[in-house]
Design a protein around this ligand. Structure first.
Ligand SMILES: [Zn+2]
Ligand SMILES: [Zn+2]
Length: 171
């Protein structure tokens, strides 16, 4: 992993004192996520705002991620961009905390790098269905035109295969 000192969050003020809280407000440039996913297309940097609280030896991040993604519509395939604001909650603990590896973000030397955890949150968003607009009409299954733009009048009503058989018989 590349050194990214400007992206590290310094936990030294809270890790030793129970109940201490650190306010976090950080901007991560688009390039910070390329090492996890070359094809991830961010329109904007990613901002994280929230708090990290020390509780019982571990630190808990409760924050909000804001970013805009370049996407393509799952129905009409047209490119569009969409702004997201999503919650991010994670446990930050020492490597030797005894927690399961997928349950926490490890920190070293009292600093933590959250880029990979943030990337996972962004990636989760990309798995949802993304539409250019909620009533996107999609592509015509007959001629392939974008039905938001063209009214092709093709008959693409899906016919039940059993009815198709019946149609044949009636010929
Ligand atoms: Zn669309
Ligand atoms: Zn058509």
């Amino acid at each position: 992993m590349t050194e990214q000192p400007e992206l590290m969050i310094d936990l030294s003020g809270i890790v030793k004192s129970e109940g201490m809280e650190l306010a976090v407000s950080k901007e991560y440039p688009k390039e910070a996520f390329l090492e996890f996913d070359q094809s991830l297309s961010l329109e904007t940097p990613v901002t994280l705002t929230g708090t990290i609280t020390n509780h019982a030896g571990n630190s808990f991040l409760k924050g909000t991620l804001s970013f805009t993604l370049n996407l393509s519509c799952d129905r009409c395939l047209e490119p569009f961009s969409k702004a997201f604001t999503i919650p991010m909650e994670d446990t930050i603990a020492r490597e030797d905390s005894g927690l399961e590896a997928d349950e926490f973000i490890p920190y070293q030397h009292n600093t933590v790098l959250l880029t990979e955890a943030i990337y996972k949150c962004i990636f989760a968003v990309t798995l949802d269905q993304q539409l250019c607009k909620s009533d996107c009409k999609g592509l015509c299954s007959v001629c392939g035109c974008n039905r938001n733009e063209t009214n092709c009048n093709c008959d693409d009503t899906e016919i039940d295969p059993r009815l198709l058989k019946l149609k044949e018989l009636l010929k």
